[in-house]
Design a binder for this molecule. Structure first.
Ligand SMILES: *[C@@H]1O[C@H](CO)[C@@H](O)[C@H](O)[C@H]1NC(C)=O
Ligand SMILES: *[C@@H]1O[C@H](CO)[C@@H](O)[C@H](O)[C@H]1NC(C)=O
Ligand SMILES: *[C@@H]1O[C@H](CO)[C@@H](O)[C@H](O)[C@H]1NC(C)=O
Ligand SMILES: *[C@@H]1O[C@H](CO)[C@@H](O)[C@H](O)[C@H]1NC(C)=O
Ligand SMILES: *[C@@H]1O[C@H](CO)[C@@H](O)[C@H](O)[C@H]1NC(C)=O
Ligand SMILES: *[C@@H]1O[C@H](CO)[C@@H](O)[C@H](O)[C@H]1NC(C)=O
Ligand SMILES: CC(=O)N[C@H]1CO[C@H](CO)[C@@H](O)[C@@H]1O
Length: 241
C-alpha cells in the first residue's frame, strides 16, 4: 500500500512537472514568435525620426511593455499593435502573420509603403485594420476576404490601384465600416459589397470608380453614411439614416 502511494505520488509529480515544462515551453515559444515578428517589423522600418521604437523596443524588456503593443492578460500574446502617427517609414514584413492573436492592427498616418504581405491572412482574429494615410500600393488583394471577424477596414489615403475585387466581400459578414477613399481605384462598385449586411459606413470618395450606383444599395439596411463623391458614378444623391 505504502509503495503504491509513493509511486502514485511520484507519477503525479512527474506528470505535473511534465505539464509545467511543456506548458512553459509552449508559452515561451509563442511569446518569442511574437517577439521575433515585432523585431522583424522594427528591422523593416527605415526611418524613425522621433526614435519611437529605437530604444523602447528593446529585447531586454517584455514586448508587452513596448510602446504601441498590447498583450492579452491570459496568454501574454500580442492582441493589438498601434503605431499610428509615429512618422515611421518602412514596409510590413511577412512575419506580421505570426502575430496570431492580433485583433487590431493600426499603422495609420505614417509612411508605410509597398504591397500588403499575404501572410496577413493568417490573422483570423482581426477585427480592425487601419492603414489610412500611408503609401501602400498595388491592388487591393483578393485575400482580404480571409477575416471572418473584421468589422472595420480603413485603407483610405493610400495608393491602391485596380478594381475593387468583386468577391472581396463575400466572406466579410461582420464588416461595418469600409473606407477606401483617396486611392486610385477604378471600375465599378462590385455587387458583392451589398452582401455585407452590417455595413454602416462606406466611403469610396476620390477614386476613379464609374458606372451606376446599383439598386442593391437598398439591401444595406444598416447604412447611415455613403460617400461616392469625386468619382464618375451616376445615381441620385441619397440620404440615409
Ligand atoms: C516604452 O514605452 C512605454 C509606453 O510609452 C513605456 O511604458 C515603457 O516604460 C517604455 N520602455 C522603455 C524601456 O523605454
Ligand atoms: C492608436 O494610437 C493613436 C495615436 O496615438 C490614438 O489616437 C488611437 O486612439 C489609438 N487607438 C486605440 C484603439 O487606442
Ligand atoms: C499625423 O502624425 C503627425 C506626426 O505625429 C501628427 O503631427 C498629426 O497630428 C497626425 N495627424 C492626425 C490626424 O492624427
Ligand atoms: C514567422 O513568419 C515567417 C514568414 O512568414 C516564417 O518564415 C517563420 O517560420 C514564422 N515563424 C517564426 C517562429 O518566426
Ligand atoms: C502611386 O503609384 C504610382 C504608380 O502606380 C506612382 O507613380 C506614384 O508615385 C505613387 N504615389 C505615391 C504618393 O506613392
Ligand atoms: C438584395 O436583396 C434581394 C431581396 O432580398 C435579394 O434577392 C438579392 O439577392 C440581394 N442582393 C445582394 C447583392 O445581396
Ligand atoms: C499554446 C499555443 O498558443 N500554441 C500555439 C503557438 O503558436 C503556434 C503557431 O502560431 C500555434 O500553432 C500553437 O497553437
Amino acid at each position: 500500500m505504502g509503495n503504491t502511494g509513493i509511486s502514485l505520488t511520484l507519477t503525479m509529480a512527474v506528470l505535473l512537472l511534465h505539464f509545467v515544462v511543456s506548458f512553459s515551453t509552449k508559452t515561451t515559444t509563442n511569446f518569442s514568435t511574437d517577439q521575433s515578428a515585432l523585431v522583424a517589423l522594427k528591422a523593416h522600418i527605415v526611418s524613425d525620426p522621433r526614435k519611437m521604437l529605437e530604444t523602447n523596443w528593446s529585447t531586454t524588456t517584455s514586448i508587452c511593455n513596448w510602446v504601441g503593443v498590447a498583450c492579452g492578460s491570459r496568454h501574454q500574446r500580442v492582441i493589438a499593435l498601434n503605431l499610428s502617427s509615429m512618422l515611421l517609414t518602412g514596409t510590413i514584413p511577412p512575419q506580421i502573420g505570426n502575430l496570431s492573436f492580433l485583433t487590431s492592427l493600426e499603422l495609420w498616418n505614417n509612411s508605410f509603403h509597398g504591397p500588403l504581405p499575404i501572410q496577413l491572412t493568417n490573422l483570423h482574429r482581426l477585427k480592425l485594420i487601419n492603414l489610412f494615410w500611408n503609401n501602400f500600393y498595388g491592388e487591393i488583394p483578393l485575400w482580404f476576404d480571409s477575416f471572418p471577424k473584421l468589422q472595420w477596414l480603413f485603407l483610405n489615403g493610400n495608393n491602391f490601384t485596380g478594381q475593387i475585387p468583386s468577391d472581396l466581400f463575400e466572406r466579410l459578414p461582420k464588416l461595418q465600416m469600409l473606407y477606401l477613399s483617396g486611392n486610385k481605384l477604378s471600375g465599378k462598385i462590385p455587387l458583392g459589397l451589398f452582401k455585407c449586411k452590417n455595413l454602416e459606413y462606406i466611403d469610396l470618395a476620390g477614386n476613379s470608380l464609374e458606372g451606376i450606383l446599383p439598386k442593391e444599395i437598398g439591401n444595406l439596411t444598416m447604412l447611415n453614411y455613403l460617400s461616392l463623391s469625386g468619382n464618375r458614378i451616376e445615381g441620385k444623391r441619397k440620404t440615409f439614416g
